[in-house]
Design a protein around this ligand. Structure first.
Ligand code: AMP
Ligand code: GLY
Length: 430
């Protein structure tokens, strides 16, 4: 079958790499892709939210299945759009409907959904310009720290953790009266700060049943020791020693299963990945956020650990046959370390030549390209997160060490990576 993958990050290179391994995959196209996806299939110069052009590409290349990587097209309704185009009625699209994608697209929607279905999450209230003063009073009487969330998508920047009420009131004012996050911040969800250890749990669901993918932890801060600004993610590890059977069983029964039952009850069409951003609060899972897609860089450790044929899994998802599927997971630990352009997540330069990609690769190590493109014979940087190195090991220590070793063999001007990925799970000697 012919498959179209939408997106251009390291996540999409990892997905493309896995899709291409399937004997069921005849031709793979990626819109718009990057220098890494170009090694697995054909990149198409089509933007992720150019729905008309995506539909045209589906017809032209006789696409049977579309897999949507990032959230933006999902929240804007790519799934409903494509299957509504005459001639594409039978297209299999892996990614939730526009309504169901509001689980990620609107914080208020997600909070109301969790409240309605009894899913554990932080206590909250929602405000807009009309009940601004109530919001100010809510902040004044709330214990600290207090969390302000822009309702809509704000490229990962819409969450503010405030340590002081004055700071919270000022940010609240900026969001509601000065459009700090534009449309996304016209509604604000204010919530309790959750304590504990964060982790990411992923499932693939057909709307009835689900398979549980390996859990992961990502490292969002740019600096060693979790310091500095938030980024899209500087690395990830899987599995997590603290996510034992008992904890995962609670995640299944208190979070995953009520979520899938809730989607069904609310008639929200969902065939695709659900990413649960969780807090482990003394052994009890609480949902920080839903994402309607896989994580990046979590995909780069989760997907390599899945032994099943990904196309088979996606076909079972589309055909509502996940009940019959048994996942096979590689028991080894996986770690991924992200190389970023100097200055990221602030300003950075592009166009730097990347060297060492073809040499020095070890067994069990994969380089997934992200903000990288071909320029003549060379691969040059084209974004903040440039590539990620995934390695396997018998434990997290070994996997991270191997990724760091490979990282040292790769180079572009002003390249930076965090050498302490997985630090909480590593032995003192490293
Ligand atoms: P998000 O954009 O929702 O992924 O949030 C970004 C990060 O902010 C999360 O990964 C958490 O580290 C933190 N965060 C968001 N909401 C809360 C909360 N209610 N309590 C504690 N931390 C939070
Ligand atoms: N790594 C976090 C995300 O993909 O949202």
């Amino acid at each position: 079958m012919n498959i179209l993958l939408i997106g251009s990050g390291g996540r999409e290179h990892a997905l493309a790499w896995k899709l291409k391994q399937s004997p069921l995959c005849d031709s793979l196209f990626i819109a718009p892709g990057n220098a890494g996806t170009a090694l697995c299939g054909t990149n198409l110069p089509v933007g992720i939210t150019d729905f008309e052009a995506l539909a045209k590409a589906c017809k032209e290349h006789r696409i049977d299945m579309v897999l949507v990587g990032p959230e933006e097209p999902l929240v804007k309704g790519v799934t409903d759009f494509l299957t509504g185009v005459p001639g594409l009625e039978n297209l299999k699209v892996i990614g939730p409907s526009k309504n169901a994608s509001q689980l990620e697209g609107s914080k208020a929607f997600a909070k109301e959904f969790m409240t309605r279905h009894g899913i554990p999450t932080a206590a909250y209230a929602e405000f807009n310009a009309d009940n601004y003063l109530e919001g100010v009073n809510y902040i004044k009487s709330h214990k600290l720290p207090i969390v302000l969330n822009a309702d809509g998508l704000a490229a990962g920047k819409g969450v503010l953790i405030c340590q002081h009420p004055i700071e919270a009131m000022s940010e609240f004012d900026l969001m509601l009266h000065r459009a700090k996050f534009g449309e996304a911040g016209k509604k604000v969800v204010i919530e309790e700060f959750l304590h504990g250890i964060e982790l990411s749990v992923f499932v693939l669901t057909d709307g009835e049943d689900y398979v549980l993918l390996p859990e992961a932890k990502d490292y969002k801060r740019v600096g060693v020791g979790d310091t500095g600004l938030n980024t899209g993610g500087m690395g990830a590890v899987s599995p997590l020693p603290f996510a034992d059977e008992a904890f995962i069983q609670k995640v299944r029964s208190r979070v995953i299963e009520p979520t899938i039952a809730g989607l069904k009850k609310d008639q929200l069409d969902y065939k695709g990945f659900i990413f649960f951003g969780l807090m482990n609060d003394n052994g009890d899972p609480k949902v920080i956020e839903y994402n309607c897609r896989m994580g990046d860089p979590e995909t780069e450790v989760v997907i390599p650990r899945v032994k099943n044929d990904l196309v088979e899994l996606l076909l079972a998802t589309s055909g509502k046959k996940l009940k019959t599927v048994k996942l096979e997971i590689d028991e080894r630990a996986a770690a991924t370390v992200v190389a970023v352009s100097g200055g990221y997540p602030g300003d950075y330069q592009k166009g730097k030549v990347i060297s060492g990609l073809e040499e020095n690769l070890l067994d069990d190590t994969m380089v997934f390209l992200a903000g990288a493109k071909h320029e003549g014979d060379q691969v040059v940087t084209n974004g903040g997160r440039v590539f990620t190195v995934t390695s396997f090991g018998t434990n997290i220590d070994e996997a991270v060490e191997q990724s760091n070793y490979v990282m040292e063999q790769l180079f572009f001007e002003d390249m930076y990576f965090r050498s302490d990925i997985g630090y909480e799970f590593r032995s003192e000697t490293n």
